[in-house]
Design a binder for this molecule. Structure first.
Ligand code: SF4
Length: 164
């Protein structure tokens, strides 16, 4: 018999939505722990340079539950003038959401990575598939991850329309 992952059909819609979100966040945290374990043997200089998103032209792409984890219980930061990730600290060196940082921030390393010769590409691929499944259960219409700055700009715009 098939086991249901999202067994809350009897709940009121609002409660069901909140439970689904909590389950999704729990699964995302589990995926992140496995990504961290896979990259345990690796290290980098932690310069924060890869978080200077405009300068590098690269940024993490997030599925919905990753963005929900990042924003849950914390205020939306303003954009940075230097185009860096809005979740950098004032000095532009440290991540202020390190425990909840997106999958891409956990698995992307520049050429200064130190560790085994080969990165755990198969594990990363399998975990990405799991992330996609979790997101699809939360929001089936979202067919792909979105850049962090896009999520952020949209959330800021939504927040500004609520301000009296
Ligand atoms: S979330 Fe943290 S690690 Fe990821 S780009 Fe932003 S500051 Fe860097």
């Amino acid at each position: 018999m098939r086991t249901r992952d999202w067994d809350d059909e009897e709940e009121a819609p609002a409660t069901r939505g909140s439970h689904q979100k909590e389950r999704a966040l729990k699964e995302v945290r589990a995926i992140f722990r496995q990504a961290d374990a896979a990259y345990g043997p690796f290290s980098c200089p932690a310069s924060g340079e890869c978080c200077q998103l405009s300068r590098t032209g690269r940024q993490p792409w997030l599925w919905l539950p990753e963005w929900e984890l990042l924003t849950q219980g914390r205020p939306l930061p303003p954009p940075r003038e230097d185009g860096g990730c809005p979740y950098l600290d004032a000095a532009g060196k440290r991540c202020t959401v390190y425990a909840d940082r997106p999958f891409g921030c956990r698995t992307f390393f520049c050429e200064r990575i130190r560790g085994p010769a080969r990165q755990p590409a198969e594990t990363v691929g399998a975990l990405l598939e799991r992330l996609e499944r979790v997101s699809q259960q939360r929001e089936p219409s979202l067919r792909a991850p979105r850049p962090l700055l896009e999520w952020h700009a949209e959330a800021l715009a939504r927040a500004s329309t609520k301000t009296p």
